[in-house]
Design a protein around this ligand. Structure first.
Ligand code: G3P
Ligand code: MG
Length: 258
């Protein structure tokens, strides 16, 4: 059995708040991350993307319409323009003060909250090489210059594996998560041959055989997005390492984590 070195998880690590606690607060906002800490969910996932002026913001979609009062592509706006938008009212009027978080400014806040982080890198469709390089450089700069030396390394994931390779090249100590909608044997073999890495797949693509193969190779397998208690229990009992959930608190009891 191949041993893959992987950064040890915090307590209750196998539950990861998806975009913070997306079920109860506007996704990828400070309110969502504070709520995770308040609920005792130690690990959160969030998405980052590049602005027009090469800053990193915490935001899921390519465009602004669904979760803000703005419109258009995120990467065609400057940080200053994005910071003026309301990123909470779409969810509920009581979150109208929420703005799109600037990743650098959130780093001390995340550590104050004691959260372990999964940073997912997003790129717009048909992103240029220049865009991808600027995105990975911006994250690497933050990790090198602004990351507290006593804080655990974040798990950095992406559907774009070329970006992950560029991060691995410059920061080999940072664990990486290979994201894919479908889990396959070929993919498992590739992850098994990459030190300090994990595989993140859509839970609907996972068969018992694939889960067993990950276990055989000692690969941490993380499944998204799991909100149903029975599905969560089956996945964890089958050997899935971690679950992304919009409502992780709801899964604590069924998983025997309370
Ligand atoms: O990182 C797991 C999951 O967040 C991937 O899908 O679209 O929610 O970012 P998405
Ligand atoms: Mg994500």
């Amino acid at each position: 059995m191949k041993q893959v070195k992987f950064t040890p998880p915090p307590p209750k690590a196998n539950l990861i708040g998806h975009r913070g606690i997306a079920a109860s607060a506007p996704e990828n906002t400070q309110a969502s991350f504070r709520l995770a800490a308040k609920q005792g969910i130690a690990w959160v996932e969030f998405d980052i993307r590049l602005t027009k002026d090469n800053k990193l913001v915490i935001f899921h979609d390519d465009t602004l319409e669904r979760t803000t009062n703005g419109s258009g592509w995120v990467h065609e706006h400057s940080l200053k323009e994005l910071k003026k938008l309301d990123a909470g009212s779409w969810f509920s009027p009581r979150f109208s003060q929420e703005t799109i978080p600037h990743f650098s400014e959130m780093i001390p806040e995340f550590h104050k909250l004691g959260l372990f982080l999964n940073i997912e890198l997003k790129v717009p469709p048909k992103a240029t090489q220049q865009h991808c390089d600027a995105l990975s450089s911006a994250l690497i700069d933050d990790l090198l210059n602004n990351w507290p030396s006593d804080a655990p390394q974040p798990l950095v994931s992406s559907f774009d594996w070329v970006i992950l390779a560029s991060i691995r090249e410059r920061l080999p100590q940072v664990p990486i998560g290979f994201l894919h909608e479908n889990c396959s044997a070929k993919m498992i073999e590739m992850v098994a041959n990459t030190q300090n890495s994990a595989l993140h797949c859509d839970h609907e693509s996972l068969s018992d055989d694939m889960i067993a193969l990950c276990q055989e190779h000692a690969i941490p397998l993380l499944a998204y997005t799991v909100n149903h208690p029975e599905i969560a229990r089956n996945l964890i009992n089958s050997g899935v390492y971690g679950l992304f959930s919009d409502d992780p608190q709801r899964l604590l009891n069924p998983l025997g984590l309370t």
